[in-house]
Design a binder for this molecule. Structure first.
Ligand code: ADP
Ligand code: MG
Length: 364
């Protein structure tokens, strides 16, 4: 069964939220895995996840828990995916992925991307006696179900292909070979800057597109030259999916919202099918997003879903919907300690919730 870890991160209150509701928040921490959440009717709902990162959590905490096992896997040719999900724009997805100043910002505020880069090269360095390695980076954006190369903006309708040798791949997308962290960070900054240029040209906000970062790590044994293995790490900064009416949408904005919602529900359906142990029909082809992620989500890959939320009463409905999205996938997955069947999983849920709180997850 596919291994999915579901975590939640609450960002600190923003200034505008403080202006509206002071310091009031709608969550109460119980422990590192569960909390209660006050819904619109002021009723407490208990949620339990693999890990909850509260407002005071640091970027390094998220990296250690969520990304380290995925890097370890990729170096051993097990594909991995880290997805930042959050219905609301401003929930903390990009902060968690990029952080502030990918290249030269405050060290503590660096997000998952620069840390993953460091992590990959640290692991590889420790294997240098045994293997020769090549790391390549691609960076694309999916907007209105079209894929654009963020290293070459002229490639604005990249097709997804599949063959026996490469698995799923992006036909003609730029793949930059990188040999160390500094080079990788420069490439990332270049892609991020290109994304902003493209957005200005097309007059779109970054929160309306999905950004996909693909690191492929290929290793060749120094002792047995014929043996080579490749692991992929894919990081995804998803678009927000506010309800169209909240943004006062019409025309193109409405079309954007529909396209985002379609791809996010396709992602939800794929993760659901995988965590339910289905093998025959996983609906990868329902969106470009899920098709790109096909071999990073399926098989024996490791997936981490980071559900980003605001803790403020101003955003209860968006946060609740994000939490429900996460909880839906947790219910059937076997994320910790390689638990392998539903019975173990149920025990895990009940254990977490033996506190006699009403449980959203058991109600679903
Ligand atoms: P999203 O990508 O979900 O639309 P952002 O990551 O851009 O949201 O976050 C919105 C704002 O909140 C940004 O100014 C960001 O710096 C800030 N922010 C988000 N998460 C955190 C956090 N954990 N700690 C401090 N500031 C944060
Ligand atoms: Mg963002």
């Amino acid at each position: 069964m596919v291994n999915v870890t579901v975590c939640v991160r609450f960002r600190p209150l923003s200034l505008s939220e403080k202006r509206l509701h002071g310091d009031s928040i709608c969550i109460q921490a119980l422990n590192t895995q569960s909390f209660t959440f006050k819904d619109e009717k002021e009723e407490d709902i208990t949620f339990c996840f693999d890990r909850v990162f509260y407002q005071d959590s640091e970027q390094v905490d998220v990296y250690d828990f969520l990304a380290m096992p995925i890097i370890e896997g990729a170096v051993n040719a097990i594909n991995g995916t880290i997805i930042a999900y959050g219905q609301q724009t401003g929930a903390g997805k990009t902060y968690s992925m990029e952080g502030l100043g990918v290249l030269d910002g405050d060290r503590n505020k660096k997000g998952l991307l620069p840390r993953v880069v460091d992590g990959i090269f640290e692991f590889l360095q420790s294997l240098v006696e045994m293997t020769k390695w090549t790391v390549k980076l691609s960076m694309v954006e999916i907007y209105m179900d079209k894929i654009r190369d963020l290293f070459d903006l002229s490639k604005d309708n990249i097709q997804i292909k599949e063959n026996k040798c490469q698995g799923i791949f992006l036909l003609g997308a730029t793949e930059i070979p990188i040999t160390n962290s500094t080079e990788a960070l420069q490439c990332l900054c270049h892609g991020i800057a290109n994304r902003a240029v493209g957005e200005t040209q097309m007059n779109l906000a970054s929160s309306r597109s999905h950004c996909v970062y693909i690191f492929s790590v290929q290793q060749e044994s120094r002792t047995n030259g014929s043996r080579s293995k490749t692991g992929k790490i894919v990081l995804v900064d998803l678009a927000g999916s506010e309800k169209a009416d909240r943004t006062g949408a019409g025309g193109i904005v409405l079309e954007e919202a529909k396209s985002i919602n379609k791809s996010l529900s396709a992602l939800g359906n794929v993760i659901n099918a995988l965590t339910a142990g289905k093998v025959n029909h996983i609906p990868y082809r329902d969106s470009k997003l899920t098709r790109i992620l096909q071999d990073a989500l399926g098989g024996n890959s490791r997936t981490a879903l980071l559900c980003c939320c605001s803790p403020s009463p101003s955003n209860v409905s968006e946060s609740l919907s994000t939490l429900r999205f996460g909880a839906r996938h947790l219910l059937k997955s076997s994320p910790r300690a390689n638990m392998s069947d539903a019975k173990d999983n149920m025990e895990q849920i009940i254990d977490c919730e033996s506190l006699d709180y009403k449980s959203e997850r058991l109600l679903e």
